[in-house]
Design a protein around this ligand. Structure first.
Ligand code: BJ8
Length: 422
């Protein structure tokens, strides 16, 4: 990634600390990813993106900025990308998934904050992530308390817009969310200088729906008895979807889906027959958090689906494309996004329904419910999730972890014991 040094310098990054990050990532990726056998050829694209993770997409974003486009950094799957696209803006995810950034976050946040928030704040304050440097505006949301307060720190020297999320899903809450989307659209229009018309919004909705469909095709291929792709590889595709151009993301995911569908016809599996199938549910796994998937897939099981925001919550359900006025379109967008079942809502019984449905669709042998340490929402909901699984006769294992490797061996012992009893 050395050819990007000039760009990083111009972005005002801390090059020395960033170098240390650049050194650990390839080793971790090599150990966890490149060691897998018989990976789909289509993964070559994502391997390449990872090898240039702080170079290739950042340089595209800077190029786009030179042409007048604005970049919006987001932290949650409730923030509607289609609105930004409609004003010729670009969205990039900003959630931090590396322990490397956590100590930086801990300098300003309580230690008892979830690692995703600490890593995001650390990446920003220590100036070691180009995406944080590039984004012209950050878009936060009022989901969990940790994030709500983090916006006040993150937004100190960058324009920040915060979307006020409802906490329930009554009709009046969905209406309120449509209003909030309208307010966001106005902010985006003012910031980009581009008007959002029904035509432009239609295009934006279409592009994001196409991305959803393509990602879903890859997931659908994972429902096969045969396992055509590892959970780790599917997770990587999902993680990079948050950063990539949505049209290219759809194109690459469709190509991968073609290959996986062919693999299913040819009975090509990346795991031996009889490997236990696991559904992972819980908190999101931002790149490069591959820890749990790696542990599961080196403990005799395979991850075949993720009910997380770096999984099905990102792409399930489409926005209705038949609406023609802005008012109707915002309502349709609100409807689709309120179909996401995050633990920040109460009640959130839709999530349990989703997990039960997915467990059936993906024919899983067991569910692993993962919680990022100090995420009180998913931790509390774990009680309901695990009870529902037990009631349905689905074996379930609850895990709480962070980004460090300290608990890896202890987790491995628990996962191996769980897989053995399936
Ligand atoms: S829709 S899961 S992306 S809020 S893990 S930061 S909740 S303390 S990330 Fe999330 Fe949107 Fe919900 Fe998805 Fe807080 Fe929990 Fe940390 Fe979390």
């Amino acid at each position: 990634m050395s050819n990007y040094v000039e760009m990083w310098k111009e972005l005002g990054m801390d090059l020395e600390t960033h170098d240390a990050l650049c050194q650990v990532l390839p080793t971790a990726f090599g150990d966890m990813y490149l060691s897998q056998e018989n990976r789909p050829e289509g993964m070559g694209f994502w391997d390449f993106v990872v090898s240039e993770i702080h170079g290739i997409r950042p340089s595209e974003l800077i190029e786009a900025q030179k042409n007048g486009q604005k970049v919006f950094g987001t932290f949650c799957v409730y923030v509607p990308d289609e609105v930004v696209l409609a004003a010729n803006g670009i969205v990039t995810g900003l959630c931090g998934g590396s322990q490397f950034w956590v100590p930086g976050g801990e300098k300003v946040l309580p230690k008892s904050t979830c690692p995703l928030i600490k890593a995001s704040v650390g990446a920003r304050l220590e100036r070691t992530c180009p995406f944080f440097r590039i984004a012209d505006m950050y878009v936060g949301e009022t989901t969990c308390d940790g994030k709500k307060k983090a916006w006040e720190i993150l937004g100190q020297d960058v324009p920040m817009h915060i979307m006020d999320m409802p906490q329930m899903k009554r009709p009046q809450d969905i209406e309120k969310w449509a209003d909030e989307i309208k307010i966001f659209a106005k902010v985006v229009e003012d910031f980009t200088g581009n008007a959002i018309t029904p035509e432009k919004l239609s295009e934006g909705i279409h592009v994001i729906n196409e991305r959803r469909k393509a990602l879903k095709r890859v997931y659908d291929a994972r429902k096969s008895k045969n396992i055509p792709i590892s959970g780790k590889d599917a997770l990587l595709m999902m993680q990079i979807a948050f950063f990539d151009d949505p049209v290219r993301c759809a194109e690459m995911a469709n190509k991968l889906a073609d290959e996986l569908e062919q693999r299913n016809k040819d009975n090509v599996s990346v795991f031996p027959a009889g490997t236990k199938r696991i559904l992972v549910t819980g908190t999101p796994m931002a790149i490069p958090n591959w820890k749990l998937h790696h542990l599961i897939e080196t403990s005799g099981a395979a991850v075949v689906c993720e009910e997380t925001c770096t999984g099905t919550r990102y792409f399930e359900n489409l926005v209705d494309e038949t609406k023609t006025t802005l008012e109707e379109q915002y309502a349709a967008i609100a409807d689709r996004y309120m179909g996401i079942n995050c633990a920040c809502f109460t009640p959130n019984s839709g999530r349990v329904d989703d997990i039960l449905r997915l467990a059936k669709e993906y024919d899983v042998d067991g569910v692993i419910d993962v919680n990022l340490k100090f995420c009180c929402l998913y931790d509390t909901e774990g009680y309901t999730v695990e009870k529902a699984m037990k009631d349905a006769g689905i074996p379930v294992l609850g895990i709480e972890t962070d980004y460090t490797d300290e608990d890896a061996e202890q987790l491995r012992t628990r996962i191996e014991a769980f897989v053995e009893m399936l």
